[in-house]
Design a protein around this ligand. Structure first.
Ligand SMILES: [Zn+2]
Length: 448
Protein backbone atom coordinates (compact mmCIF):
# COMPACT_ATOMS: atom_id res chain seq x y z
CA UNK A 1 0.00 0.00 0.00
CA UNK A 2 1.36 3.41 -0.98
CA UNK A 3 -0.04 6.54 0.61
CA UNK A 4 -0.32 9.46 -1.74
CA UNK A 5 -1.06 13.01 -0.57
CA UNK A 6 -3.48 15.02 -2.72
CA UNK A 7 -4.06 18.73 -2.29
CA UNK A 8 -7.69 19.66 -3.02
CA UNK A 9 -8.92 23.22 -2.50
CA UNK A 10 -6.48 23.73 0.30
CA UNK A 11 -7.53 20.58 2.16
CA UNK A 12 -4.96 17.85 2.60
CA UNK A 13 -6.49 14.48 1.74
CA UNK A 14 -4.67 11.20 2.18
CA UNK A 15 -5.55 8.69 -0.50
CA UNK A 16 -4.61 5.04 -0.44
CA UNK A 17 -3.33 3.92 -3.79
CA UNK A 18 -3.59 0.19 -4.29
CA UNK A 19 -0.59 -0.47 -6.47
CA UNK A 20 0.86 -3.89 -7.11
CA UNK A 21 -0.99 -5.64 -4.28
CA UNK A 22 -1.57 -9.28 -5.01
CA UNK A 23 -3.33 -11.94 -2.98
CA UNK A 24 -2.22 -15.53 -3.57
CA UNK A 25 -5.04 -17.58 -2.12
CA UNK A 26 -6.12 -21.16 -1.62
CA UNK A 27 -2.69 -22.80 -1.55
CA UNK A 28 -1.04 -24.78 1.24
CA UNK A 29 1.71 -22.60 2.75
CA UNK A 30 4.95 -24.00 4.14
CA UNK A 31 6.53 -20.98 5.83
CA UNK A 32 10.07 -22.43 5.82
CA UNK A 33 10.76 -21.88 9.52
CA UNK A 34 9.30 -25.17 10.68
CA UNK A 35 6.01 -23.62 11.82
CA UNK A 36 2.69 -25.38 11.23
CA UNK A 37 1.53 -25.70 7.64
CA UNK A 38 -1.50 -23.59 6.69
CA UNK A 39 -3.64 -25.80 4.46
CA UNK A 40 -5.82 -23.17 2.79
CA UNK A 41 -3.83 -19.99 3.06
CA UNK A 42 -3.68 -16.48 1.71
CA UNK A 43 -0.47 -14.55 1.13
CA UNK A 44 -0.77 -10.81 0.52
CA UNK A 45 2.09 -9.20 -1.37
CA UNK A 46 2.60 -5.46 -1.68
CA UNK A 47 5.37 -4.42 -4.05
CA UNK A 48 8.25 -6.72 -3.16
CA UNK A 49 7.19 -7.58 0.37
CA UNK A 50 4.80 -9.99 2.05
CA UNK A 51 2.37 -8.02 4.20
CA UNK A 52 0.08 -10.80 5.48
CA UNK A 53 0.08 -14.59 5.70
CA UNK A 54 -2.83 -16.45 7.22
CA UNK A 55 -5.78 -18.73 6.62
CA UNK A 56 -7.76 -17.83 3.51
CA UNK A 57 -10.49 -15.34 4.43
CA UNK A 58 -8.96 -14.53 7.82
CA UNK A 59 -8.03 -10.98 6.89
CA UNK A 60 -9.52 -8.25 4.76
CA UNK A 61 -7.84 -7.04 1.60
CA UNK A 62 -8.41 -3.82 -0.35
CA UNK A 63 -10.93 -4.09 -3.18
CA UNK A 64 -8.34 -3.32 -5.84
CA UNK A 65 -6.14 -6.27 -4.92
CA UNK A 66 -5.27 -8.69 -7.71
CA UNK A 67 -6.35 -12.18 -6.67
CA UNK A 68 -4.59 -15.32 -7.86
CA UNK A 69 -6.36 -18.59 -7.13
CA UNK A 70 -3.82 -21.26 -6.18
CA UNK A 71 -6.21 -23.91 -4.89
CA UNK A 72 -4.45 -27.29 -4.83
CA UNK A 73 -0.97 -25.76 -5.02
CA UNK A 74 1.73 -25.43 -2.37
CA UNK A 75 3.70 -22.26 -1.62
CA UNK A 76 7.12 -22.45 0.00
CA UNK A 77 10.12 -20.11 0.13
CA UNK A 78 12.49 -20.21 -2.81
CA UNK A 79 15.56 -22.38 -2.20
CA UNK A 80 18.85 -20.93 -0.93
CA UNK A 81 22.08 -22.64 -1.99
CA UNK A 82 25.06 -22.20 0.32
CA UNK A 83 27.81 -23.94 -1.67
CA UNK A 84 28.23 -23.22 -5.37
CA UNK A 85 31.05 -22.74 -7.89
CA UNK A 86 29.86 -20.60 -10.79
CA UNK A 87 31.61 -19.92 -14.05
CA UNK A 88 33.38 -23.08 -15.15
CA UNK A 89 31.02 -25.09 -17.39
CA UNK A 90 29.81 -24.08 -20.85
CA UNK A 91 28.05 -26.96 -22.60
CA UNK A 92 30.51 -29.86 -22.51
CA UNK A 93 33.51 -27.70 -21.74
CA UNK A 94 34.77 -27.27 -18.17
CA UNK A 95 37.72 -24.89 -17.84
CA UNK A 96 39.15 -21.68 -16.41
CA UNK A 97 38.71 -20.11 -19.85
CA UNK A 98 34.92 -20.33 -19.42
CA UNK A 99 35.06 -18.05 -16.38
CA UNK A 100 33.26 -15.07 -17.90
CA UNK A 101 30.23 -12.93 -17.11
CA UNK A 102 28.23 -14.85 -19.70
CA UNK A 103 28.94 -18.20 -18.02
CA UNK A 104 28.12 -16.88 -14.55
CA UNK A 105 24.92 -15.28 -15.86
CA UNK A 106 23.98 -18.69 -17.25
CA UNK A 107 24.66 -20.43 -13.95
CA UNK A 108 22.62 -17.88 -11.98
CA UNK A 109 19.76 -18.17 -14.49
CA UNK A 110 19.91 -21.96 -14.20
CA UNK A 111 19.72 -21.75 -10.40
CA UNK A 112 16.68 -19.50 -10.62
CA UNK A 113 15.01 -21.73 -13.20
CA UNK A 114 15.13 -24.60 -10.68
CA UNK A 115 13.74 -22.38 -7.89
CA UNK A 116 16.97 -21.22 -6.20
CA UNK A 117 16.85 -17.53 -5.28
CA UNK A 118 20.27 -16.99 -3.65
CA UNK A 119 23.63 -18.73 -4.09
CA UNK A 120 26.77 -18.49 -1.98
CA UNK A 121 29.90 -18.96 -4.09
CA UNK A 122 32.45 -20.98 -2.20
CA UNK A 123 36.00 -19.86 -2.76
CA UNK A 124 37.04 -20.65 -6.34
CA UNK A 125 36.67 -17.11 -7.60
CA UNK A 126 39.31 -15.33 -9.63
CA UNK A 127 39.52 -11.61 -10.38
CA UNK A 128 36.80 -9.06 -9.75
CA UNK A 129 33.93 -10.59 -11.74
CA UNK A 130 31.85 -12.08 -8.92
CA UNK A 131 32.35 -9.06 -6.67
CA UNK A 132 31.05 -6.83 -9.47
CA UNK A 133 28.10 -9.08 -10.18
CA UNK A 134 27.22 -9.37 -6.49
CA UNK A 135 27.10 -5.60 -6.11
CA UNK A 136 25.03 -4.82 -9.23
CA UNK A 137 21.45 -3.80 -8.45
CA UNK A 138 18.70 -6.00 -9.88
CA UNK A 139 16.88 -4.10 -12.62
CA UNK A 140 13.51 -5.21 -13.86
CA UNK A 141 12.38 -8.82 -13.81
CA UNK A 142 14.86 -11.11 -12.01
CA UNK A 143 16.81 -13.31 -14.42
CA UNK A 144 19.17 -15.02 -12.03
CA UNK A 145 19.80 -15.99 -8.42
CA UNK A 146 21.32 -13.38 -6.11
CA UNK A 147 25.02 -13.96 -5.54
CA UNK A 148 27.20 -13.96 -2.41
CA UNK A 149 30.96 -14.45 -2.54
CA UNK A 150 33.82 -15.81 -0.50
CA UNK A 151 36.43 -14.62 -2.99
CA UNK A 152 39.62 -16.66 -3.12
CA UNK A 153 39.65 -19.42 -0.55
CA UNK A 154 42.77 -20.25 1.45
CA UNK A 155 44.70 -23.54 1.49
CA UNK A 156 48.24 -24.81 1.68
CA UNK A 157 50.12 -25.22 -1.64
CA UNK A 158 48.37 -27.70 -3.96
CA UNK A 159 45.84 -28.53 -1.25
CA UNK A 160 43.15 -26.06 -2.22
CA UNK A 161 40.46 -26.84 -4.79
CA UNK A 162 41.37 -29.90 -6.85
CA UNK A 163 40.99 -29.85 -10.63
CA UNK A 164 42.86 -28.19 -13.48
CA UNK A 165 40.21 -25.51 -14.00
CA UNK A 166 40.89 -24.11 -10.53
CA UNK A 167 44.72 -23.89 -10.71
CA UNK A 168 46.19 -20.75 -9.18
CA UNK A 169 42.91 -19.36 -7.85
CA UNK A 170 43.16 -20.05 -4.10
CA UNK A 171 45.59 -18.37 -1.74
CA UNK A 172 48.42 -20.79 -0.99
CA UNK A 173 49.83 -20.02 2.44
CA UNK A 174 52.67 -21.54 4.45
CA UNK A 175 52.98 -19.02 7.31
CA UNK A 176 50.54 -17.49 9.79
CA UNK A 177 51.47 -14.05 8.46
CA UNK A 178 50.43 -15.05 4.93
CA UNK A 179 47.18 -16.47 6.27
CA UNK A 180 46.35 -13.25 8.15
CA UNK A 181 47.28 -11.14 5.11
CA UNK A 182 44.96 -13.18 2.91
CA UNK A 183 42.10 -12.62 5.37
CA UNK A 184 42.86 -8.88 5.46
CA UNK A 185 42.63 -8.72 1.66
CA UNK A 186 39.37 -10.66 1.65
CA UNK A 187 37.95 -8.38 4.34
CA UNK A 188 38.83 -5.33 2.25
CA UNK A 189 36.78 -6.85 -0.60
CA UNK A 190 33.84 -7.35 1.78
CA UNK A 191 33.55 -11.10 1.28
CA UNK A 192 30.47 -12.73 2.76
CA UNK A 193 32.62 -15.36 4.52
CA UNK A 194 36.08 -16.97 4.33
CA UNK A 195 36.67 -20.43 2.84
CA UNK A 196 39.57 -22.68 3.82
CA UNK A 197 40.63 -26.15 2.70
CA UNK A 198 41.94 -28.59 5.30
CA UNK A 199 42.72 -31.67 3.25
CA UNK A 200 45.81 -33.54 2.03
CA UNK A 201 44.17 -34.37 -1.31
CA UNK A 202 44.76 -38.12 -0.93
CA UNK A 203 48.24 -37.65 0.47
CA UNK A 204 49.41 -35.58 -2.47
CA UNK A 205 49.85 -32.29 -0.60
CA UNK A 206 50.52 -31.02 2.93
CA UNK A 207 47.36 -30.13 4.86
CA UNK A 208 46.75 -26.60 6.07
CA UNK A 209 48.24 -27.01 9.56
CA UNK A 210 46.42 -26.34 12.81
CA UNK A 211 48.51 -23.24 13.69
CA UNK A 212 47.74 -21.80 10.24
CA UNK A 213 43.98 -22.37 10.30
CA UNK A 214 43.82 -21.15 13.88
CA UNK A 215 45.50 -17.91 12.79
CA UNK A 216 43.11 -17.58 9.82
CA UNK A 217 40.07 -18.17 12.04
CA UNK A 218 41.36 -15.69 14.63
CA UNK A 219 42.06 -13.01 12.01
CA UNK A 220 38.65 -13.57 10.41
CA UNK A 221 36.77 -13.38 13.69
CA UNK A 222 38.60 -10.17 14.63
CA UNK A 223 37.26 -8.79 11.36
CA UNK A 224 33.74 -10.13 12.03
CA UNK A 225 34.03 -12.69 9.24
CA UNK A 226 33.00 -16.31 9.60
CA UNK A 227 35.14 -19.19 8.35
CA UNK A 228 33.90 -22.29 6.55
CA UNK A 229 36.13 -25.33 6.11
CA UNK A 230 36.38 -27.90 3.40
CA UNK A 231 37.30 -30.95 5.46
CA UNK A 232 37.94 -34.62 4.76
CA UNK A 233 39.29 -36.29 7.90
CA UNK A 234 37.42 -36.76 11.17
CA UNK A 235 40.45 -35.81 13.22
CA UNK A 236 40.70 -32.43 11.47
CA UNK A 237 37.01 -31.74 12.01
CA UNK A 238 37.40 -32.33 15.74
CA UNK A 239 40.23 -29.79 15.99
CA UNK A 240 38.51 -27.29 13.69
CA UNK A 241 35.46 -27.23 15.97
CA UNK A 242 37.78 -26.67 18.91
CA UNK A 243 39.48 -23.88 16.96
CA UNK A 244 36.17 -22.05 16.49
CA UNK A 245 35.29 -22.92 12.90
CA UNK A 246 31.86 -21.54 11.95
CA UNK A 247 30.79 -24.05 9.32
CA UNK A 248 31.75 -27.19 7.44
CA UNK A 249 31.41 -27.24 3.65
CA UNK A 250 31.37 -31.04 3.71
CA UNK A 251 30.84 -33.94 6.06
CA UNK A 252 33.97 -35.87 7.04
CA UNK A 253 34.63 -38.57 4.48
CA UNK A 254 36.85 -41.12 6.24
CA UNK A 255 34.44 -42.35 8.91
CA UNK A 256 31.04 -41.72 10.49
CA UNK A 257 31.10 -38.70 12.80
CA UNK A 258 31.39 -39.92 16.38
CA UNK A 259 29.07 -38.81 19.17
CA UNK A 260 31.62 -36.41 20.64
CA UNK A 261 32.10 -34.57 17.35
CA UNK A 262 28.35 -34.39 16.72
CA UNK A 263 27.82 -33.03 20.24
CA UNK A 264 30.57 -30.43 19.82
CA UNK A 265 29.10 -29.29 16.48
CA UNK A 266 25.69 -28.85 18.10
CA UNK A 267 27.05 -27.15 21.23
CA UNK A 268 29.13 -24.65 19.24
CA UNK A 269 26.41 -23.99 16.67
CA UNK A 270 28.60 -25.03 13.77
CA UNK A 271 26.68 -25.02 10.49
CA UNK A 272 27.06 -28.18 8.38
CA UNK A 273 26.34 -28.94 4.74
CA UNK A 274 25.50 -32.48 3.78
CA UNK A 275 26.98 -32.12 0.32
CA UNK A 276 25.73 -35.59 -0.56
CA UNK A 277 25.07 -35.35 -4.25
CA UNK A 278 28.51 -35.53 -5.85
CA UNK A 279 29.30 -38.71 -3.86
CA UNK A 280 25.76 -39.98 -4.63
CA UNK A 281 26.42 -40.00 -8.36
CA UNK A 282 28.79 -43.03 -8.50
CA UNK A 283 26.51 -45.16 -6.27
CA UNK A 284 24.22 -45.96 -9.21
CA UNK A 285 24.72 -48.86 -11.61
CA UNK A 286 22.02 -47.75 -14.01
CA UNK A 287 20.39 -44.46 -14.96
CA UNK A 288 18.79 -42.85 -11.88
CA UNK A 289 15.12 -41.95 -12.11
CA UNK A 290 15.81 -38.21 -12.14
CA UNK A 291 17.76 -38.44 -15.39
CA UNK A 292 15.12 -40.57 -17.11
CA UNK A 293 13.06 -38.90 -19.82
CA UNK A 294 9.71 -37.72 -18.48
CA UNK A 295 10.88 -37.25 -14.90
CA UNK A 296 10.27 -33.65 -13.70
CA UNK A 297 14.00 -33.22 -13.01
CA UNK A 298 14.96 -34.46 -16.46
CA UNK A 299 12.40 -32.08 -17.95
CA UNK A 300 13.94 -29.13 -16.07
CA UNK A 301 17.41 -30.22 -17.20
CA UNK A 302 16.19 -30.47 -20.78
CA UNK A 303 15.57 -26.72 -20.67
CA UNK A 304 18.56 -25.79 -18.53
CA UNK A 305 21.52 -27.54 -20.14
CA UNK A 306 22.50 -28.29 -23.73
CA UNK A 307 21.40 -31.64 -25.21
CA UNK A 308 25.01 -32.93 -25.37
CA UNK A 309 25.54 -31.98 -21.70
CA UNK A 310 22.40 -33.85 -20.65
CA UNK A 311 23.42 -36.82 -22.81
CA UNK A 312 26.82 -36.92 -21.08
CA UNK A 313 25.18 -36.79 -17.63
CA UNK A 314 23.04 -39.76 -18.66
CA UNK A 315 25.86 -41.55 -20.46
CA UNK A 316 27.91 -41.73 -17.26
CA UNK A 317 25.63 -44.57 -16.14
CA UNK A 318 26.04 -46.63 -19.31
CA UNK A 319 29.28 -48.28 -18.27
CA UNK A 320 29.48 -48.55 -14.49
CA UNK A 321 31.75 -51.17 -12.94
CA UNK A 322 30.15 -53.04 -10.06
CA UNK A 323 33.26 -52.92 -7.89
CA UNK A 324 33.52 -49.16 -8.20
CA UNK A 325 29.82 -48.84 -7.43
CA UNK A 326 30.14 -50.95 -4.28
CA UNK A 327 33.04 -48.83 -3.01
CA UNK A 328 31.08 -45.65 -3.71
CA UNK A 329 28.09 -47.05 -1.83
CA UNK A 330 30.19 -47.83 1.22
CA UNK A 331 31.64 -44.30 1.22
CA UNK A 332 28.16 -42.85 0.71
CA UNK A 333 26.65 -44.75 3.65
CA UNK A 334 29.24 -43.08 5.90
CA UNK A 335 27.93 -39.68 4.83
CA UNK A 336 24.30 -40.67 5.24
CA UNK A 337 24.94 -41.96 8.75
CA UNK A 338 26.75 -38.77 9.77
CA UNK A 339 23.96 -36.61 8.42
CA UNK A 340 21.34 -38.68 10.23
CA UNK A 341 23.26 -38.36 13.49
CA UNK A 342 23.70 -34.61 13.08
CA UNK A 343 20.02 -34.22 12.26
CA UNK A 344 18.87 -36.30 15.22
CA UNK A 345 21.11 -34.23 17.52
CA UNK A 346 19.67 -30.95 16.24
CA UNK A 347 22.69 -29.69 14.30
CA UNK A 348 22.25 -26.68 12.02
CA UNK A 349 22.23 -28.44 8.64
CA UNK A 350 21.91 -26.24 5.54
CA UNK A 351 21.47 -26.95 1.84
CA UNK A 352 24.86 -27.13 0.12
CA UNK A 353 25.60 -29.27 -2.91
CA UNK A 354 28.99 -28.34 -4.43
CA UNK A 355 27.00 -27.01 -7.34
CA UNK A 356 28.87 -26.17 -10.52
CA UNK A 357 31.34 -29.02 -10.44
CA UNK A 358 31.46 -30.73 -13.83
CA UNK A 359 28.05 -32.05 -14.93
CA UNK A 360 26.56 -31.00 -11.59
CA UNK A 361 24.49 -28.07 -12.82
CA UNK A 362 23.10 -25.15 -10.86
CA UNK A 363 19.62 -25.84 -9.54
CA UNK A 364 19.77 -29.53 -10.43
CA UNK A 365 22.33 -30.06 -7.66
CA UNK A 366 20.14 -28.35 -5.04
CA UNK A 367 17.01 -30.18 -6.11
CA UNK A 368 18.84 -33.50 -5.93
CA UNK A 369 20.49 -32.62 -2.60
CA UNK A 370 17.05 -32.10 -1.02
CA UNK A 371 16.10 -35.64 -2.04
CA UNK A 372 19.42 -37.01 -0.74
CA UNK A 373 18.93 -35.27 2.61
CA UNK A 374 15.54 -36.94 3.01
CA UNK A 375 16.89 -40.32 1.94
CA UNK A 376 19.57 -39.91 4.63
CA UNK A 377 16.92 -39.53 7.33
CA UNK A 378 15.73 -35.93 7.43
CA UNK A 379 12.00 -35.35 7.11
CA UNK A 380 10.88 -33.30 4.10
CA UNK A 381 9.94 -30.51 6.54
CA UNK A 382 13.45 -30.55 8.03
CA UNK A 383 15.07 -30.53 4.59
CA UNK A 384 12.93 -27.54 3.59
CA UNK A 385 13.98 -25.61 6.72
CA UNK A 386 17.63 -26.42 5.87
CA UNK A 387 17.10 -25.10 2.35
CA UNK A 388 15.20 -21.93 3.28
CA UNK A 389 15.12 -20.16 6.66
CA UNK A 390 18.24 -21.78 8.09
CA UNK A 391 20.24 -21.27 4.89
CA UNK A 392 19.14 -17.62 4.90
CA UNK A 393 20.22 -17.18 8.51
CA UNK A 394 23.56 -18.77 7.71
CA UNK A 395 24.07 -16.32 4.84
CA UNK A 396 23.03 -13.38 7.07
CA UNK A 397 20.01 -12.70 4.85
CA UNK A 398 17.39 -11.25 7.14
CA UNK A 399 14.78 -10.47 4.49
CA UNK A 400 14.20 -13.83 2.82
CA UNK A 401 13.89 -17.56 3.45
CA UNK A 402 10.65 -17.39 5.48
CA UNK A 403 7.11 -16.60 4.37
CA UNK A 404 5.89 -14.07 6.89
CA UNK A 405 4.86 -10.43 6.97
CA UNK A 406 7.81 -8.10 6.55
CA UNK A 407 9.85 -10.54 4.44
CA UNK A 408 10.56 -10.37 0.73
CA UNK A 409 8.06 -12.23 -1.43
CA UNK A 410 10.52 -14.87 -2.68
CA UNK A 411 8.56 -18.07 -3.15
CA UNK A 412 7.85 -21.14 -5.20
CA UNK A 413 4.37 -22.26 -6.18
CA UNK A 414 4.39 -26.04 -6.59
CA UNK A 415 1.91 -28.34 -8.29
CA UNK A 416 2.22 -30.97 -5.53
CA UNK A 417 3.03 -31.15 -1.84
CA UNK A 418 6.77 -31.52 -1.04
CA UNK A 419 5.95 -32.69 2.50
CA UNK A 420 4.40 -35.80 0.94
CA UNK A 421 7.31 -36.29 -1.48
CA UNK A 422 10.32 -33.99 -1.40
CA UNK A 423 10.85 -34.37 -5.15
CA UNK A 424 7.67 -32.33 -5.59
CA UNK A 425 9.89 -29.23 -5.17
CA UNK A 426 10.70 -29.87 -8.85
CA UNK A 427 7.06 -29.46 -9.93
CA UNK A 428 7.33 -25.70 -10.21
CA UNK A 429 4.15 -23.92 -11.27
CA UNK A 430 5.29 -20.35 -10.63
CA UNK A 431 8.26 -18.57 -9.11
CA UNK A 432 7.89 -15.18 -7.45
CA UNK A 433 11.02 -13.21 -6.52
CA UNK A 434 10.77 -9.83 -4.81
CA UNK A 435 7.04 -9.84 -5.54
CA UNK A 436 7.66 -10.23 -9.28
CA UNK A 437 6.73 -13.39 -11.13
CA UNK A 438 9.79 -14.78 -12.87
CA UNK A 439 9.29 -15.45 -16.57
CA UNK A 440 11.00 -18.85 -16.42
CA UNK A 441 10.92 -19.61 -20.18
CA UNK A 442 12.76 -16.32 -20.77
CA UNK A 443 15.70 -17.76 -18.79
CA UNK A 444 16.27 -20.60 -21.28
CA UNK A 445 18.31 -18.58 -23.80
CA UNK A 446 20.61 -17.41 -20.96
CA UNK A 447 21.26 -21.03 -19.93
CA UNK A 448 21.94 -22.49 -23.37
ZN1 LIG B 1 32.96 -26.94 -3.21
Amino acid sequence: MKWGIALCLGVVVATSVAEGQTLYEGARVIAGDGSAVIERAAVLVDQQMITRVGAAGSFAVPAATTRIDLTGKTIMPALIATHVHPGFQQGLSYSAANYTRETVVGDLARALYFGVSVVQSMGIESGDLLYQMRDEPVKGRPNGARLQVTGRGIGSPNAGPGGAAYAGIAYEVTTEEQGRKAVAELASRRVDMVKIWVDDRNGRAPKLSAPLYRAIIDESHQRKLRVIAHVFYHTDAVDLVDAGIDAFAHLVRDTVMDDALVAAIVKKNVVVMGNLTTPLKPTFVTLPSWLTAGDPMATLLGAAVTPPALARMQGYYAKRELQAVEGARQRYRILQQSLAKLNAAGARIVLGADTGLEDHPFGFAEQLELQAMVEAGMTPAQAIVAATSRAAAFLNLRDTGVLRAGQRADFLVLDANPLADITNTRRISRLVIGGVEVDRPSLIPLMR
